[in-house]
Each structure stands twice: as structure tokens, then as C-alpha cells.
Design a protein around this ligand. Structure first.
Ligand code: ATP
Ligand code: MG
Ligand code: MG
Length: 406
């Protein structure tokens, strides 16, 4: 029926699909987390069929996808089997089996963005080497293989020193800060030791963190979303303000660096470029994600084309949509998981109840099977006439909650 959902369809092949959407191609997404879920939401509006590959049976995208194949996006045979069923393959997470993607590309499978891009990005050290070769400004960095090397880096870059694991990092899991030489050893241990593959970055004394979502079409056309300010707490994105409050000159610089960084990579899709703004008005690149990103959630309500719709347009070869804001301002607040407890008493649920009464607020809940501390469970976006206005509304939502719990 018109309202039926694909999740009920359990065994489908490329050839037996009735495709009636705006693009005659089945989009395969490696990963079925919240980003995959929001891709499915955007796809449903255009009747584009999205299949997701995720090991978790009830992952956030599973109920909204046209089809959910249960399996690992890091397993070669599974990725190959999945790819056979899709017209175009894309990702909502970069920690996928890239060797298999490279092999599949040689066999003619259409991966967007390209496997070469995923390979560069999934190794943060390789990413830094790549961007420095393309003259993108970055914090200084250096590979470390043992404690002596870490000490040499500390002597060179000073403290605090940021130690990062090269691979499998997200939400700050993979970062450790050494405030002095004495803390090097414990920071390395906290990251799982040198065998994990580590490198260090000079501390970036930023005054603000910014992000720019850059979209690239299959014809290599590039469009940038307005730069936003991201506020992190314990290395996890906490709040996003759109647009970022800064001078025209800084905005141009941030957008130019983001667009140059993405131009150095291959393939279509949206890319998120995380940046540091220093007090002497320098912009340094932190990292790039080759997919929709937390800093672009607000685009669902605040832009003419959301980052999710844009990603689909880009990978299937439709014209890119207008990335500009249709509302003057937006603020996004991540609902993070707390310790286990009575679900009804979670702060997140109280905040949702408040948000439902705020004009301009939209609640997103990812329907994750279980709540875990610091896990991204949902988010709230508030749009309004100015950043000051939406900041006030968010403040009232958060403070109303805290006065109630006292
Ligand atoms: P994400 O969830 O964005 O993928 P991640 O685990 O890849 O996060 P990073 O983006 O490398 O982690 O770092 C997380 C946060 O740590 C940054 O947003 C920033 O607040 C801080 N940070 C990272 N690198 C540096 C640095 N060189 N100097 C100072 N702070 C840093
Ligand atoms: Mg990252
Ligand atoms: Mg980051």
C-alpha cells in the first residue's frame, strides 16, 4: 500500500524492485545509525529507495529503510553481497571495509564518495598528511611509535598535547590529552597503546569551532552551506549555532578552506569540514567527514535543501539543491544518553516534553535500542528570527528543566 514501509520486505534483489522515485536507482548506505535514518527520511519524501547495511537488527535506520540487510559493513563478503543489490553505494560512517570498496570499484560498482576518499579519511593521520600536501592549514602533527617519540613531540609542540588514534575514532573516543610529559604514558594507555596506531597534534588554541557542510555533485559542482559554530563538551558535539556569528572575512576564509579541502577528495556527496578559529583569526582544519554530519542536522528545518536530501541528490546524480537558510537562525541541541535508569526520568525525555511547547522547535528521536551514557539518542532543533532569539529559547528549555529537578 502507499504507506507500507520497506522494512517488511526482507528478501529483495536489484532486479525485482519496483522503482518509482525521482531517481531510478537504489541507494545502498553502509551504516544504519541516526545519519542513515535521516537519509531514509529524506529519501522517503522523494520516493528514492534506500537500503542500509548494519549489524544491529533494530538500528535507527531499520524501520525507515526500504530494506535493511543485517550484517557488518566491515566484512568483505557482506559488503560485496550488499553492493550487488544497489545501484549506487554510499556511507553514513567512514569506518567501513575500504579494501572491498576499492575492489568493487574496479569491478564497476558505483561508490560515492569514492573509495579513495574513504581510505584517506578513515585514517586521521593519513587525512592530515593528505590535507597538508594540498596546502590546507592544520594544527602541526606527527606520528608517534613509542614513548620516546611522544616525548620528542611534547618537546616540539609543548603541552597540553593532543594524542589521537589514527583509526576508528568518533565522539572523542580516540582522543587523549596529556597536560605534561608525566601524563604521556597514561594518555597512551587510555588509547589502547602504540599498537593501536597513534599520532599527536599540537594543541589548537581555538576561540571557536566551526563547521562547513560542502556538497559536491557528480559533475563536480560544489555548493557550501553557511558556516556554523559547534560547541563541544568532553569532545562530543553538544550545541550547533547557525549561522556562526563572525565577520564576513572569516566566513569567506572558512568557506574557502572547506571547499578547497573537499575539492582535493574524489566523489559526490556531502562532506562536513570541522574547523578551528584561532584568536588571531586563523582557520585550521580539524577533520573532514565524507557524509552527512551532526553539524548539519539543523539543515532539515533551517535550509531549503537539508544535508540529507543533498547527499541523496549528489550521489544519484540529481542537480544539487539550494543550501541557503530559509530561516534567519537555528540552534541544535544533542540529546545524549545518561546512565541507565527509569526511562521516564531521563533528562532527555524531560527536554523533549519542554521542546514540544517551544515555537520553532522540532524533536528528533533516533529510536536506538538502548540508552548508553554519552550516546547520541536524539536532537532538538529550534529555528527563529535571530541567533539571540533561539539561544534564549534553548536556554529556557534547559533551565526550566534544571529548576524542576532541584
Ligand atoms: P567526531 O565525533 O567529530 O568525529 P572525533 O572523535 O573524530 O570526533 P576530533 O574531531 O578529532 O574527534 O576531536 C574532538 C574535539 O576535540 C574537537 O571537536 C575539539 O573540541 C577537540 N580537539 C581536537 N583536536 C584538537 C587540537 N589539536 N587542539 C585542541 N582541541 C582539539
Ligand atoms: Mg571524527
Ligand atoms: Mg570531530
Amino acid at each position: 500500500c502507499r504507506a507500507s514501509r520497506g522494512s517488511h520486505v526482507t528478501r529483495v534483489g536489484k532486479d525485482d524492485l519496483p522503482i518509482h522515485g525521482v531517481a531510478e536507482v537504489l541507494v545502498g548506505v553502509l551504516g544504519g545509525g541516526q545519519l542513515g535514518r535521516m537519509l531514509c527520511q529524506a529519501a522517503s519524501q522523494m520516493a528514492i529507495k534506500v537500503m542500509v547495511l548494519d549489524p544491529q537488527e533494530n538500528c535507527p535506520a531499520s524501520k525507515l529503510a526500504y530494506h535493511h540487510m543485517v550484517g557488518s559493513f566491515d566484512d568483505s563478503a557482506t559488503v560485496q553481497e550488499f553492493a550487488k543489490r544497489c545501484g549506487v553505494l554510499t556511507v553514513e560512517i567512514e569506518h567501513v571495509d575500504v579494501e572491498t570498496l576499492e575492489k568493487l570499484e574496479l569491478q564497476g560498482v558505483d561508490c560515492q564518495p569514492k573509495a579513495s576518499t574513504i581510505r584517506i579519511i578513515q585514517d586521521k593521520y593519513l587525512q592530515k598528511v593528505h590535507f597538508s600536501q594540498h596546502d590546507i592549514p592544520l594544527p602541526e602533527f606527527m606520528q608517534i611509535d613509542d614513548l620516546e617519540g611522544a616525548k620528542r613531540a611534547g618537546d616540539l609542540f609543548g603541552y597540553p598535547l593532543m594524542i589521537k588514534s589514527k583509526r576508528l575514532a568518533y565522539d572523542g573516543r580516540g582522543n587523549a590529552v596529556a597536560k605534561s610529559e608525566d601524563e604521556l604514558s597514561s594518555a597512551v594507555t587510555a588509547l589502547g597503546g602504540f599498537d593501536r596506531g597513534l599520532y599527536v597534534e599540537k594543541w589548537a588554541p581555538f576561540v571557536k569551532e566551526l563547521a562547513v557542510i560542502v556538497a559536491r555533485g557528480r559533475d563536480n559542482s560544489i555548493l557550501c552551506y553557511p558556516a556554523v559554530e559547534t560547541i563541544h563538551k568532553e569532545n562530543i558535539c553538544h550545541i550547533v549555532k547557525a549561522p556562526a556569528n563572525m565577520s564576513w572575512k572569516i566566513r569567506e576564509l572558512a568557506t574557502d578552506i572547506a571547499s578547497r579541502a573537499v575539492s582535493s577528495l574524489e566523489g559526490a556527496g556531502v562532506f562536513a569540514v570541522e574547523l578551528f578559529l584561532t584568536k588571531d583569526d586563523q582557520i585550521l582544519l580539524n577533520e573532514v567527514a565524507p557524509r552527512p554530519h551532526n553539524s548539519g542536522h539543523h539543515t532539515i528545518e533551517s535550509c531549503y535543501t537539508s544535508q540529507y536530501e543533498q547527499h541523496l541528490r549528489a550521489v544519484v546524480g540529481l542537480p544539487l539543491g539550494d543550501p541557503s537558510m530559509k530561516t534567519p537562525a537555528a540552534i541544535m541541541y544533542n540529546l545524549l544518553g545518561e546512565d541507565e535508569g527509569e526511562p521516564g526520568f531521563h533528562l532527555a525525555h524531560q527536554l523533549i516534553a519542554r521542546a514540544l511547547c517551544i515555537p520553532g522547535a522540532t524533536v528528533h528521536w533516533y529510536d536506538k535500542p538502548e540508552m548508553r551514557k554519552q550516546r547520541k539518542m536524539g536532537h532538538i532543533t529550534i529555528v527563529g528570527p535571530s541567533v539571540g532569539n533561539v539561544e534564549k529559547l534553548l536556554d529556557s528549555m534547559l533551565n526550566e528543566e534544571s529548576s524542576e529537578s532541584q
